[in-house]
Design a protein around this ligand. Sequence first.
Ligand code: GDP
Ligand code: MG
Length: 370
Amino acid sequence: SGSLTVGQFAEKIGRPSTDIIKKLMALGVMATKNQDLDKDTIELLAGDYGVAVEEEVIVDEADFEADGLEIDEKTAVIRPPVVTIMGHVDHGKTTLLDSIRHTKVTAGEAGGITQHIGAYQVVHEGKRITFLDTPGHAAFTTMRARGAEITDITVLVVAADDGVMPQTIEAIHHARAAKVPIIVAVNKIDKPNANPDHVMQELSEQGLVPEDWGGDTIFVKISAKQGIGIDDLLEMILLVAEVEEFKANPDKLARGAVIEAQLDKGKGPIATLLVQNGTLNVGDPIVVGSTFGRVRAMVNDLGRRVKKAGPSTPVEITGLNNVPLAGDQFIVFADEKKARQIGEIRAERALITERKETTTKVSLDDLFEK
Ligand code: GDP
Ligand code: MG
């Protein structure tokens, strides 16, 4: 983007260069055909000729790709790990999430009313851990399909009275595809028919060999229901995090992903964002998927208003023009105008794609209805 010569400008508006040169002379500017016009002059001329200048915005789609999250080692600091809990239905994912949240959040934050924003943070031995609280597989797969890689560690919950099941295998595949380390939580050890050794055996066959058996997979025996082994599990998560050294640059403009979003009657679109790099501030101009806006207010997982959110922090924001999708990526721009332009272009594109999809769907439905 940027400059145009007199000749190029003339061509764009379909006038002879001499016209433009004359006009410039009238404005007291001596110009030749090959002279560069600055932005202000272009706007002035455009106004005179009654044409709208649309500044060409280079929408760098690469900005929205995962490698745009690259860490600058010079200013990088350790950030909390982001953990997803996966496993077969009824193996205890929700109970585990509740148990972790209950023991850690309510104990640490007396009187704090926790609110469900799709993710929460706990503090264990002075270190923070972020848990994604979205319904396991669906969220994970949609997010990955939309290009968001937000999980650092997967906790694979396997019920000791049931063993490895289809969704256990599926979870292993997802974690491996995303190159995310797996910690196994052998759950329901309180049950009389619990057989943790059997689970270890079955998972070894899947390539997850326990450390005790000479492998390198961490297994923790827990009872999500009775709160047994929860601290051990948190400790293991922190251990893996320490080895992996997840980092971020809090000094940068924020970027990250949408955990969930909906339309609130009073507040308008609200979205839970996970800051993956940088720091998000109230007032930041932001592009979120195919929508944009300015962060009006931020609320943390305890329902408290915050002004800033650093790396690995989940926050619920308002101030967007539209409701984004889970897994959409967000980027903060220093300049509101740029955020708006990019947001508008992306919205337009999304609309075109949506129209195409709708058209296809309609024609398919038509076929089947006959
Ligand atoms: P999810 O489908 O993986 O989210 O599983 P839930 O957390 O909903 O748990 C399914 C059932 O198992 C519920 O009835 C829980 O109370 C029960 N459950 C979960 N964890 C344990 C546990 O550690 N011990 C026992 N005995 N029951 C558990
Ligand atoms: Mg559940």
